[in-house]
Design a protein around this ligand. Structure first.
Ligand code: AHG
Ligand code: MN
Ligand code: MN
Length: 335
């Protein structure tokens, strides 16, 4: 008999022992995992399944949508709308919120997702993923509106991502550490591979899109310049660079072995706070990183404390190994 712990068993035991996963949240997480399994199948088929290439449309943020952006979005909606655990969903790929249709019961949770992260990697067989965040609908209220979603990341009740890479791995937090589950394709189930994931406080690896250097602000330039000076510079160590162009891929590496990831504000689009989306990307990833002992800021404040002004709000991101994130953040206040 196998001693492996399936995601289902992990969630059932967590609900039973700690009592802090209500049954509706457990159902929600199982449904999200099932949707990710289905997206993973589509990703795996690639050209053979006709899923590569662009869809010929743009999303609300003016980005060209890939076929898989749309497929993944539909899979997540269809999987989650009928179970009775959700009130509404919001996605990077949809203009406004998706309220659970009247023909289904309405639950108390709100689900937010970036259905397919790292879209530029789809056609090159690179790592991509799905990122999700779960909030609770404000109490004592009937119906659901967009403003119900505008809660800071510190109000999340669950968050995670599924990486479609060399393996398909689901990474999850419900607020008591980070656990990882890898998909066993023969059995069709996720199995626990690591519990209590920890990010080392120090690192010699940084991730940033260097081609944007000339557009950065002085504090980011200063920090990366010091990394590049290596052993001879003020940081006194030689750094290595990694950039996967999928936040899921970069955050996964950081959860596995540490590192610092930056996607800062830059002068290309000065009116936007950054490229990454606060509610679909930065919040869930920041909570995972903090739960693993790392840190996450926008240079000025903890990302999880930002109160969103709108659904598709963007944010500047510095996350990963605590000591390096604190150093890069301190440069923003002129320390
Ligand atoms: P998405 O594919 O959901 O639009 O997200 C892509 C994001 C993020 O995953 C990644 O870190 C970053 O954009 C890559 O940006 P560059 O193309 O500037 O490298
Ligand atoms: Mn993304
Ligand atoms: Mn996306």
């Amino acid at each position: 008999m196998s001693s492996r712990i399936s995601l289902t068993r992990y969630l059932v035991e967590k609900q039973r022992m700690d009592g802090h996963i209500p049954s509706q949240l457990r159902l929600l997480l199982e449904v999200v995992a099932r949707a990710c399994k289905s997206i993973s199948q589509a990703v795996n088929k690639g050209a053979l399944g006709g899923v590569l290439g662009t869809a010929g449309s743009e999303n609300v943020q003016g980005e060209v949508q890939k076929k898989l952006d749309i497929i993944a979005n539909e899979v997540l909606i269809e999987a989650n709308e009928w179970g009775g655990h959700l009130a509404a969903m919001a996605s990077e790929e949809m203009d406004s919120i998706y309220v659970v249709p009247n023909r289904y019961p309405q639950g108390e949770y709100l689900l937010l997702f970036d259905p397919l992260d790292g879209s530029s990697n789809i056609d090159i067989n690179g790592s991509i993923g799905t990122i999700f965040s779960v909030l609770k609908k404000p109490e004592a209220q009937t119906g659901v509106e967009e403003k119900d979603f505008l809660q800071p990341g510190n109000k999340q009740v669950a968050a995670g991502y599924c990486i479609y890479g060399a393996q398909t791995t689901l990474v999850l937090t419900v607020g008591d550490g980070v656990a990882m589950f890898t998909l066993d394709r023969e059995q069709g189930s996720f199995f626990l591979i690591e519990e209590d994931v920890r990010i080392p406080a120090d690192t010699k690896e940084f991730a940033i899109n260097m081609s944007n250097m000339r557009h950065w602000d002085a504090p980011v330039k200063r920090y990366i310049d010091e990394c590049l000076q290596g052993q001879e510079g003020p940081l006194g160590k030689d750094f290595n660079t990694r950039w996967i162009a999928s936040m899921v891929g970069d955050v996964h590496r950081i959860l596995c072995r540490g590192g610092i990831f930056l996607y800062p504000w830059d002068k290309r689009e000065p009116e936007k706070a950054g490229k990454l989306r606060l509610m679909y990307e930065a919040n869930p990833m920041s909570w995972l990183v903090e739960q693993a002992g790392g840190a996450s800021t926008n240079g000025k404040q903890r990302i999880l404390d930002i109160v969103p002004g709108k659904l598709h709000e963007r944010v500047s991101v510095i996350l990963g190994s605590k000591n390096e994130v604190e150093r890069a953040t301190s440069y923003h206040s002129g320390l």
